[in-house]
Design a binder for this molecule. Structure first.
Ligand SMILES: Cc1cc2nc3c(=O)[nH]c(=O)nc-3n(C[C@H](O)[C@H](O)[C@H](O)COP(=O)(O)OP(=O)(O)OC[C@H]3O[C@@H](n4cnc5c(N)ncnc54)[C@H](O)[C@@H]3O)c2cc1C
Ligand SMILES: [Mg+2]
Length: 456
């Protein structure tokens, strides 16, 4: 049922980015409509409550001190934060050897060094210093032009790691950073452009401590809070499949209806924006770009316990290592509930093997790794939730996208340029904290502000 009404702006995608764009336009008095494909809003910002009263975040959960837009949003909606639990010894498991140590190393180093050999440690840290220097030298903004860009973009991260590390530990450490921590993605180092990994470190660095704090009640509570002022403007269960934008008229066609509008903000990962049919077709560069931007490969698993049992053993609940399935897990327990929660990640090639297992095998696989990290008590869990992001067709993976070799330097300029009445938002578009909540907010704000200027 097409209506004759013409909206000022239609926002497609009710993740954090689309919700922020919609809210800002709504507050400005614009006539908006939000169309969301899934039966809920929030996209990758989603959580649930466990029977114990503890919340878990199935998508993103952490915030760091330099993520100012996200911090502002949390203050505005009065969502309280607490320091990510980290007191106690961290665990490193490397090639079956288990080390407890009073320090940390994830791009930046603090405290005690884990018990690997001096040669292994120096290999990893010296290579990291080189990597960091190359990363610092990149120009500001999206990395599609400038000195060395083509050169750096023609290599994989894997090639660079092989050329710059000598030990198996050094090699694993970099691969782990790429797979478990990010540089956007996560991805295997063989899949990602060296340029993209360097850029990820520059604009979203672990040295800025993006996992410093967690939110009482979880990040998943935010979508409903943001949407509450304009909930009547949101339609869920309405995947958009076509946008016609010729002759100054814009028509947005969903599986349910069609709508006319002056402007559109598309707030979703680029590969999903590429699934929409555009009439007339988009410029060649943009069309080809969205064919080349894959989402990262990971599942997030949340395991809850009566209490954080690891603390009695002097452990922090933070563990990393080249175990068979889980290379990273972190204490995500809210001190107000007393419940213990470990968030564990299965990523890259490990994920691709893991997802061929049956449900009970997948559970046993994760739990057996948690036992290696934290002891047999890890087997006595209360709840087990796996969130298999690559199987959600309205996300396609997680945490975010990454660029394979050659994409940034050949067509990166098409990533965020608007096309006629069509504006792009979504964390993937950001040149600061892409792949984080912060990037989603920044691009949502920017798209709304561009459209507001045109509506004035
Ligand atoms: C496991 C995991 C852990 C993470 N951890 C953190 C963290 O700790 N801290 C952090 O800051 N970030 C984290 N992130 C990233 C963070 O969740 C995202 O950056 C952010 O939520 C993205 O918001 P968005 O609005 O850009 O995209 P999305 O949330 O993906 O929203 C896009 C929306 O568009 C909808 N959509 C898609 N196609 C269509 C269509 N054709 N028609 C209509 N609607 C459509 C989708 O259903 C979705 O709701 C994590 C992500 C994951 C998956
Ligand atoms: Mg979201």
């Amino acid at each position: 049922m097409a209506s004759e009404k013409v909206y000022d702006c239609i926002i497609i995608g009710a993740g954090l980015s689309g919700l922020v764009a919609a809210r800002n336009l709504y507050r400005n008095g614009s006539d908006i409509l939000v169309l969301e494909a899934q039966d809920r809003i929030g996209g990758r910002m989603v959580g649930k409550s466990l029977p114990s009263g503890q919340w878990i975040d199935q998508g993103g959960q952490w915030v760091g001190p330099t993520q100012d837009r996200f911090l502002n949003l949390l203050n505005e909606y009065k969502v309280k934060r607490f320091p990510t639990p980290s007191t106690g010894l961290k665990v490193l498991v490397f090639d079956g050897k288990r080390f407890e140590f009073d320090g940390f190393f994830q791009g930046h180093y603090e405290g005690e060094v884990p018990g690997v050999s001096k040669e292994e440690w120096l290999d990893a840290t010296e290579a990291w210093t080189k990597f960091k220097k190359l990363s610092d030298e990149l120009p500001e903004g999206h990395p599609f032009s400038g000195d060395k860009i083509e050169d750096l973009d023609s290599d994989t991260l894997e090639r660079w790691i092989k050329d710059n590390t000598k030990t198996k530990f050094g090699h694993w450490y970099f691969s782990y950073m790429c797979r478990a921590v990010g540089f956007s993605g996560p991805s295997e180092p063989k899949e990602v452009s060296l340029l993209h990994a360097l850029w990820g470190e520059k604009i979203a660095s672990q040295s800025e401590n993006p996992e410093a704090e967690l939110l009482h009640g979880g990040a998943g509570q935010l979508p409903e809070k943001i949407a509450s002022e304009f909930s009547s403007k949101i339609k869920i269960n309405e995947p958009v499949h076509t946008i016609s934008y010729g002759n100054g008229k814009v028509e947005v066609i969903s599986q349910v209806s069609s709508y006319k509008t002056k402007y559109v903000i598309i707030a979703m990962p680029p590969h999903l924006a590429g699934h929409i049919l555009y009439q007339p077709s988009l410029p060649a560069l943009r069309e080809q770009l969205t064919q080349r931007i894959p989402m990262g490969t990971c599942a997030k698993v949340l395991v809850s316990y009566k209490s954080p049992f690891w603390r009695k053993k002097g452990l922090a609940g933070i563990a990393i290592g080249n175990n068979k399935w889980v290379e990273l897990c972190a204490d995500s327990s809210d001190p107000e509930t007393g419940v213990g929660v470990i968030a564990a990640f299965v990523a890259g090639d490990r994920y691709r093997k893991w997802q061929t297992l049956s449900e009970s095998q997948r559970r046993d696989a994760v739990i057996s790794d948690l036992k290696i990290y934290f002891g047999d008590e890890a087997g006595s869990y209360e709840t087990f939730d796996e969130v298999n992001w690559p199987t959600n067709p309205w996300t396609g993976g997680g945490y975010t996208c990454f660029m394979p070799p050659g994409v940034w330097s050949s067509m990166g300029q098409a990533l965020s340029s608007s096309i006629g009445p069509i504006y792009w938002a979504g964390t993937e578009m950001s040149d600061r904290w892409p792949g984080f909540f912060e990037g989603a907010i920044r691009t949502g704000e920017a798209a709304a502000s561009d459209v507001m200027k045109l509506l004035e």
